[in-house]
Ligand binder design. Structure first.
Ligand code: HAM
Length: 418
């Protein structure tokens, strides 16, 4: 029997993993420039954490959680998003006495969705959270980090959509207005979805149903309902983004799929990777930490899907060379294995990557292996080399070859290999 990866999951094969490493290391060094430090949380959490945070009407909670009972009868859920687990950890370890806190993470995320291009059941996110500031400058920092991250990766064509969904009070007024506007549509829905919409009418705005999409085009805008302070905050955010020369569009239809957001929400989108166009998203969540039993701290963050980021870079023609091997050691006969291992050791202690054959392959076949490894040099050891305490170095880019005394050859390889 042959097994396959579970539906909606992907293997990252060796030839693709260098792109992941590049993206992740770029993310780490990028966010470090803004003072963010990494947090790692477990792959699963108590189910209740996601019920409390993502919201009972969100798709994530109603349809997509990977939940299971463990052998002790506890209900657990595979990480359905990165923010609530990070906040749980910050509260649990009393790290919120001192604010602001800036944290980042790279994490798998599990959602039982219908798989398609760019939509997986296990995907990965890089994300950040800035905890303890209510300033629009904090929102701007988070948006700037997402935008500059993509720019650092070489992407220039993407949209930044921002919106404010206000605070609880104005949102209630808006939700009532939205429900009144969409009354006949809502009345025509099945009872279950009526229920969901009535509990959170904002769901109408990101509904995939074509009738709802059409209807929402002329729906009232949340921006007309904002309280004065939310309005001022949103204007200040735009002023700072303008000053930082970050291009954005105000998009009142962006409400996001998680219920914890307050005021600023945003998404980065592209039109090059099909229907799943959101390559990052986030916003402010001023009530979440309190909801989870922590102090009352305003916070803001984002998550960027790694798979979608890589699809986008590929579509934009941005690719990274696989870094090849430095040296492949070719031995003329198996008796030279120890000598080859000794040279390998010396090179590796100088940070040079080395592979050699242990299985008595012919020299021709060893040179083929060197090619397969995309090796820069072959270091050939045969009888002549042993007798003269030397090594033959073949430059596999130019095919030129030279024989040098062993120590000199090692120095040459260390100086030339990149
Ligand atoms: P989210 O919008 O649900 O937000 O996910 C963030 C990003 O993850 C999306 O923009 C997308 O790039 C990627 N993504 C989401 N679902 C999938 C999927 N099924 N397959 C592939 N990629 C996907 C959050 O999760 C929030 N925790 C972000 C946040 C952090 N807000 C505040 N802080």
């Amino acid at each position: 029997m042959r097994f396959q990866a579970p539906r909606g999951t992907e293997d990252v094969l060796p030839e693709a993993s260098h792109a992941w490493q590049r993206l992740e290391s770029t993310f780490r060094s990028h966010v470090a420039k803004y003072g963010y430090e990494e947090i790692r949380t477990p792959t699963f959490e108590e189910t209740e954490l996601f019920l409390r945070s993502a919201g009972e009407t969100s798709d994530i909670v109603t349809k997509q959680m990977y939940d299971f009972l463990d052998k002790g009868g506890r209900s657990n859920t595979l990480k359905a998003e990165g923010t609530a687990p990070a906040m749980r950890a910050m509260i649990e370890h009393n790290l919120l006495q001192q604010i602001p806190q800036r944290i980042s993470y790279i994490t798998p995320v599990f959602r039982y969705e219908r798989p398609q291009k760019g939509r997986l059941r296990e995907h990965h996110q890089v994300g950040i959270e800035l905890i303890g500031s209510s300033s629009p400058a904090a929102d701007a920092e988070v948006i700037e980090i997402a935008v500059r991250f993509y720019e650092t990766l070489g992407l220039t064509e993407f949209s930044v959509l921002i919106n404010s969904i206000g605070r609880t009070q104005c949102r209630e007024l808006y939700q009532a207005a939205l429900l009144a506007y969409a009354k006949s549509y809502v009345d025509g829905q099945a009872e279950e979805s009526q229920d969901r919409i009535r509990k959170n009418p904002l769901r109408l705005l990101d509904s995939k149903d074509s009738e709802a999409v059409e209807l929402m085009k002329s729906a009232p805008s949340i921006l007309d309902f904002l309280e004065p302070e939310s309005k001022t905050n949103f204007e200040e955010l735009q002023r700072i983004l303008d000053q930082s020369r970050i291009q954005y569009e105000v998009a009142p239809q962006i409400v996001r799929g998680l219920d914890y957001y307050t005021e600023t929400v945003f998404e980065l989108q592209v039109d090059t990777i099909g229907a799943q166009s959101a390559i990052g998203g986030g916003g402010r969540y001023d009530n979440l930490i309190k909801e989870l039993g922590g102090p009352n701290l305003p916070s803001v963050g984002f998550g960027i899907g790694i798979e979608r980021a890589l699809l986008t870079l590929e579509a934009a023609g941005i690719s990274w060379q696989r870094s090849g091997l430095d040296v492949y050691i070719v031995i003329a006969e198996p008796g030279l294995l120890d000598l080859g291992r000794n040279v390998s050791d010396q090179l590796r202690s100088r940070e040079i990557s080395v592979v050699m054959d242990y299985d008595g392959r012919s020299m021709k076949s060893q040179l083929k292996q060197a090619d397969r490894h995309n090796s820069r040099f072959a270091c050939i050891i045969g009888e002549d080399e042993v007798n003269s305490d030397s090594l033959t170095i073949r430059d596999l880019r130019t095919s030129s070859q030279q024989t040098l005394p062993t120590q000199e050859a090692i120095e040459f390889l260390c100086a030339t290999a990149d």
